[in-house]
Design a protein around this ligand. Structure first.
Ligand code: ZN
Length: 342
């Protein structure tokens, strides 16, 4: 019987099983039999009776055309891989990067994500990514942190839910297994609430080493967002950072162009937007509006609104991190800049 290598992204469906042997003479039969054993698998691989455009199928190490009718031998070894590894023609549909392209991200699941930020951005038609962790006081203080039901509502309102790990530990101090398990924990919570498994990641406390980046890459993340360093001096109360240049920066080490806090003001926001030209993108990392437990990254609602008004009035295109896929081919990462921190 053919053997299917289960990509890490789907292993939550197989209770961690990495390799499954199932009967089937075609890709379709193999997937149907997988589905029978692991419900939910088919929806992750197929849409409308064909393989999802984002997925590449390898049989015995060779890239196939991705047809469900493809025949497979009894001893075939089948790999389903995100097309970011397979390089399926996403480039053909890439849009040119407009000036004024801004990515909005919000870390830590502050209550304001749901109470204030989500509703305001919805009115402005802006996209955004909310990076969720069950660390910090998420489990203990539901007055200060969103609930999973609220996170689901943010997803249903069209926002992206990104992975910020189970414990908010510094990823550069974790083993690969520990980081992976913390990521999968958030995946499972998302699945339980009908939220898609996150395809983007935000480094807790900006900490990252080579192993963390390997885990993200192996798990199939497209984009991951870091902080402002090492290019810009770290300031504990926020500051400016580099604009994201897709021709320079690795897609799993995308810098923050600004981390608003008490040391950050309107002129810094204007500066960030000014960097978003000539194929460069401004990526903003907010926390709570307000950040009730972390005053060093606090942004008061009135101030936040002046920022969003400025983005709207300057005609910025404001998107979630995942939406970068419209403009940037994340599979083209060879040789791009990777930095570690601290
Ligand atoms: Zn965080």
């Amino acid at each position: 019987m053919p053997t299917v290598a289960i990509p890490s992204l789907l292993r939550n469906l197989t209770s961690g099983e990495e390799s499954i042997t199932v009967p089937g003479a075609t890709i379709r039969e193999v997937i149907d039999n997988l589905e029978e054993r692991y419900p939910g698998m088919k929806a992750r691989l197929c849409e409308e009776d064909r393989i999802k455009p984002g997925i590449a199928i390898y049989v015995n190490g060779l890239l196939t055309r991705g047809s469900l009718l493809e025949r497979v031998d009894a001893d075939a070894e089948i790999h389903f891989l995100p097309a970011i590894g397979g390089g399926i023609s996403e480039t053909e549909t890439l849009q040119p990067i407009p000036d004024g392209l801004v990515v909005l991200t919000f870390d830590d699941g502050n209550k304001s994500d749901y109470k204030y930020v989500g509703p305001l951005l919805k009115r402005y038609g802006f996209g955004a990514t909310f990076f969720i962790t069950e660390g910090l006081n998420f489990l203990h203080n539901k007055a200060h942190y969103v609930t999973w039901a609220e996170i689901r509502e943010l997803h249903e309102a069209g926002f992206e839910i990104g992975n910020h790990t189970r414990h908010h530990k510094h990823a550069n101090t974790q083993s690969k297994e520990e980081l992976l398990s913390d990521l999968i924990h958030i995946d499972k919570r998302c699945e339980a609430y009908g939220i898609p498994i996150p395809e983007t990641f935000g480094y807790p406390a900006d900490c990252r080493g080579p192993e963390a980046i390997e885990v993200l890459s192996e798990k199939g993340y497209r984009f991951a967002r870091r902080g402002i360093g090492p290019e810009f001096p770290f300031h504990p109360e926020g500051g400016r950072g580099p604009a994201y240049d897709p021709d320079v920066h690795h897609p799993l080490v995308i810098p923050s162009t600004g981390v608003p806090g008490p040391n950050y003001g309107f002129e810094d926001l204007v500066w960030a937007v000014e960097q978003a030209k000539d194929r460069k993108i401004a990526v903003l990392t907010f926390h709570g509006v307000p950040a009730l437990e972390h005053p060093w990254v606090d942004v008061p609602p009135e101030q936040f609104k002046t920022y969003m008004d400025y983005l709207r009035d300057s005609g910025c295109t404001v998107i979630a991190l995942r939406d970068l896929a419209k403009y940037v081919d994340a599979s083209e990462s060879d040789g791009k800049s990777i930095t570690y921190w601290p």
